[in-house]
Design a protein around this ligand. Sequence first.
Ligand code: IMP
Length: 194
Amino acid sequence: MKKLIFATGNPYKVKEVHKMLGGEFEVASLKDIGCEEDIPETSPTIEGNALQKARYVYEKYGLDCFSEDTGLEVKSLNGEPGVRSARYNGEVKDSEGNLQLVLEKLKGQADRSARFKTVIALILDGKEHTFEGIAEGQIRHEKSGTGGFGYDPIFQPDGFPVTFAEMSDAEKNAISHRGKAVSQLVDFLKKQPD
Ligand code: IMP
């Protein structure tokens, strides 16, 4: 079985990705390898942050690994919060404050279209690969649902009458930005020789 490190400290993401990878890959978290530090995310782009995290783990531990970075891009906010999604409301990560700030800034805006973008960066045998997943949707006027995390309660994916926070994990994974990026990662990994 192939073993990969998933370079994230977010247990929700580990759970989501673990389910999607199925039984073919063993995924270890940063905690599993004794890495407790906050890995720097200082790039001006989502792709850059994903690569930065994967390179950090690869250089420090010498293990095959992947990382992901996600941002919410709201069209009428010129793509904000984007790469600043985790700290939109200030330097302390505050999901509720971030989400409320998006609702506040969108007051009176007719165009509420937005998208989640995920980039996964994989380092396998020293080579870098990236995979991108996008979920298009609309920002609701108020929160709805208690599932998921982050901006999920205000994001309604196109083609569905509910927010991500009102879906089961399986329903969200099937159509989400991260789900799409992980599918590409899995397809790629399955093509690798044993
Ligand atoms: P990061 O990729 O962990 O840096 O996430 C950036 C920000 O986007 C954080 O505030 C997360 O809560 C939020 N975020 C990431 N993925 C999702 C998602 O699938 N749904 C809702 N919010 C998300």
